[in-house]
Design a protein around this ligand. Structure first.
Ligand SMILES: Cc1ncc(COP(=O)(O)O)c(C=O)c1O
Length: 254
């Protein structure tokens, strides 16, 4: 007997009336990018994670890349990342022109330890990306201390750890920012690609929002050169939310 890894169709069928209604309302509005549903999702997801800011994006890979760009990662810089992760984590470092430096992972938890990271730090290390794989949070508290001492930025890749906790803190708020993927099979899956960055730092939140929208916060404003990673129309299941429009279905959380 074959057991499917994920059965997204039955999940949809369980929520079909609510989801169809929400999709219809977006189609009726004619507003297919951003808008009120995205704003609501960002507000509610930030609150769930105890973060001040959430920036909805096209996918999680963009979140990692835009965070690196927001930290001005350039050629010549080194970024430490786990040797065991999904390819996005190192891909974005190379794409930003920097050098990925791999730290070994713990054989039990599959995440990097503070001591393995320390071995890899040089005077070129600009950012450390920790990845909370399989819902298990890395030793972020100690890694944060190292980053503070050495003035290194810390990105938490929470793409597999929505709402995971370490010592009462939800993954994503211990580092300078946390990045999430809402790929359909994730714990919080969209109907299509989607992602976000959460942070408590206002300046960083604004910069990532700009970078994701051709350098501007409003129409025809392009203060810097950026990219297009605006959220589109997708639907998430477990939290009953929709992304890209990121439409929230759960009225209680609105
Ligand atoms: C650990 C990790 N990082 C990043 C990503 C990239 O997310 P996305 O597919 O939304 O770009 C994933 C998705 O599989 C992931 O598992």
């Amino acid at each position: 007997m074959q057991v499917p890894f994920a059965d997204l169709t039955s999940q949809y069928k369980n929520l079909k009336p609510e989801i169809d209604l929400a999709i219809d309302s977006v189609l009726d509005s004619g507003n297919f990018i951003g808008g009120e549903p995205v704003r609501l999702f960002e507000k509610n997801f930030a609150a769930l994670c105890s973060a001040k800011y959430c920036i909805g994006l096209g996918n999680g890979t963009d979140g990692l890349f835009l965070a690196l760009k927001a930290f001005d990662v350039d050629p010549g810089d080194e970024v430490i990342t786990p040797a065991w992760s999904w390819i996005s984590t190192s891909e974005v470092i190379t794409l930003a022109g920097a050098k990925p430096v791999f730290a070994d992972v713990d054989a039990t938890y599959y995440s990097v330890s503070a001591s393995e990271i320390e071995k890899k730090i040089t005077n070129r290390t600009k950012v450390i990306i920790v990845v909370h794989l399989y819902g298990q949070v890395a030793d972020t508290k100690h890694i944060r201390q190292i980053c503070d001492e050495k003035k290194i930025k810390l990105i938490e890749d929470c793409s597999q750890a929505h709402l995971s906790e370490e010592n009462g803190l939800v993954a994503g708020v211990i580092g300078d920012c946390g990045v999430f993927s809402f790929y359909p099979t994730k714990n919080l899956g969209a109907y299509g690609d989607a992602g976000c960055v959460i942070t408590n730092k206002e300046e960083l939140a604004i910069k990532i929002r700009r970078l994701a929208n051709h350098g501007g916060l409003s129409k025809d404003e392009h203060l810097i050169e950026g990219f297009n990673s605006r959220p589109r129309y997708n639907t998430g299941g477990h939290l009953k939310c929709k992304t890209s429009s990121f439409i929230y279905l759960d009225k209680k959380t609105n």
